[in-house]
Design a protein around this ligand. Structure first.
Ligand SMILES: Cc1ncc(COP(=O)(O)O)c(C=O)c1O
Length: 456
């Protein structure tokens, strides 16, 4: 298994050819899931005592398994938050894998961590966080939110009187599900302001004023969203920052999806206030065109993150020794062993320069405006709200929830497009509507036109 022979060389060439084909393909099927039993029937037993051979296994992958995945970077995949890694980043993901770098400590991963940090400096510069602020790459937005909330909670509990308290955080119902899920993981309560529109200073003030004294004493953080997943809405970051400052609360901004738009001059002002955050989540695997998985957590005060996350163990002491001095990513987030997942982003940034990133993000924003206009001009379609960032919510007049579901499946089954419905809160009710989220700059106006045509 660990020997080099002709078979290995041949397999390397096959894998490289596959990767080149995948990276350079312009026309691709969108891909769709197949039931596990059907896949089993197609591929049979693959894990055996003696192995089925690399060529055989790879052929099964190419013939039956690869297309049972949605091509997340297909130009007509506009569901959830799509992805569109640059070809340079994908290529360097191969290099990252081939390099076997342990990215926890500088002692073992200095070269890779150096590159990650160069990319991180650029991300931090987009936020306007003050000098001393920095960040680390995580497996995604969920892990970034968790790492930030653990830091906030530990900071809160530094005070003697807070030691045994169960914490409480405030967010809005527009916050991503991972914020609610991670509150469970760290066993803190979460109070959700009942509005899917931008969370404003006054609403936050009212919510805090409505707390009992016992609740107020447990409240330690507010999570604002810099681009809700459902509708691209940005909370009133300046107003929320002011409240957090005045009330001595941790201010976290979840910009996992929207954070990429910090680079875009046309919308940068919408994020004003983000520079006052104590911590920020941004996912390069969303709108910074990195391959999965790559999230990032940024902190104003890195020492607080280190206090919360640095692991101790006799076998780890060497990493903290004089000769190993350097930046240790493990100290600032929940993982010990980690892939240097910021490395593909670094390569792509270095190769293309940051202006190309700006252009690609601006294109996503533009596509949302174009789609908005097409919808407004269409007799059977209506915007639910103005497009925000790259999200467009719209309704097909007269359609019931099941019509949207049927339409989604039909287009997906045909291999044409994947556009999924969502629910949006209007007044006291949730309406099922259709949703576009644009990330991929290769999506064309014709793609949008054709998709809308299938709703006629
Ligand atoms: C605003 C927001 N926060 C957090 C997440 C979770 O990120 P991940 O799926 O990378 O864990 C998402 C994912 O869509 C998101 O949009």
């Amino acid at each position: 298994m660990h020997k080099i022979d002709l078979g290995l060389v041949e397999m390397t060439m096959d894998v490289m050819k596959y990767a080149i084909d995948r990276i350079s393909a312009t026309e691709r099927e969108i891909g769709k899931p197949i039931k596990a039993e059907e896949l089993k029937n197609l591929v049979g037993e693959t894990i055996t005592n003696k192995g089925i051979g690399g060529e055989n296994a790879f052929n099964l992958w190419k013939k039956h398994l690869a297309n049972a995945n949605v091509q997340i970077d297909h130009p007509r995949h506009l569901a959830f938050v799509p992805a569109s890694p640059t070809r340079a980043a994908i290529m360097f993901d191969l290099v990252t894998s081939a390099s076997s770098i342990h990215g926890a400590y500088w002692m073992e991963g200095a070269g890779g961590i150096f590159c990650e940090n160069e990319a991180m400096k650029w991300i931090v510069s987009l936020t306007g966080l003050p000098k001393g602020a920095f960040g680390v790459f995580t497996s995604g937005g969920t892990a970034a939110n968790l790492s930030a909330l653990v830091t906030a909670r530990e900071h809160f509990r530094e005070k003697e009187e807070n030691r045994g308290k169960k914490g409480l955080i405030i967010a809005s119902i527009g916050a991503h599900s991972s914020v609610k899920a991670m509150a469970k993981v760290i066993d803190v309560d979460i109070l959700l302001v009942d509005s899917e529109e931008s969370l404003h200073q006054s609403e936050l003030e009212e919510t805090i004023a409505s707390l009992s004294l016992e609740q107020r004493n447990r409240l330690f953080a507010v999570v604002a969203t810099g681009g809700t997943t459902n509708a691209g809405i940005i909370d009133d970051l300046n107003g929320i920052a002011a409240v957090c400052k005045q009330q001595n609360l941790w201010f976290h901004v979840d910009a996992a999806y929207g954070g990429g738009a910090l680079v875009a001059d046309s919308v940068r002002h919408l994020f004003n206030g983000i520079e006052q955050a104590d911590s920020i989540t941004i996912d390069p695997h969303k709108w910074m065109f990195s391959p999965y998985d790559c999230g990032a957590v940024l902190y104003k005060d890195m020492q607080l993150a280190k206090n919360a996350h640095s692991q101790q163990g006799s076998y780890l002491d060497i990493f903290k020794d004089e000769g190993a001095h350097g930046f240790n990513p493990t100290d600032y987030q929940i993982q010990l062993t980690r892939r240097v997942r910021g490395l593909p982003l670094w390569f792509s940034l270095a190769m293309h320069g940051t202006d190309r990133y700006k252009e690609a993000v601006e294109r996503g924003l533009e596509l949302a405006q174009i789609a908005g206009k097409m919808i407004e001009e269409h007799p059977n379609l209506e915007l639910v709200r103005e497009p925000s960032l790259s999200c467009v919510l719209y309704r097909r007049k007269g359609w019931k929830p099941e019509d949207y579901t049927h339409w989604t499946y039909e287009n997906h089954k045909k291999g044409f497009a994947l556009v999924t419905p969502t629910k949006y809160k209007l007044g006291n009710t949730y309406e099922t509507v259709s949703r576009f989220c644009f990330i991929n700059p290769d999506t064309t106006e014709k793609d949008i036109e054709q998709i809308l045509k299938t709703m006629e």
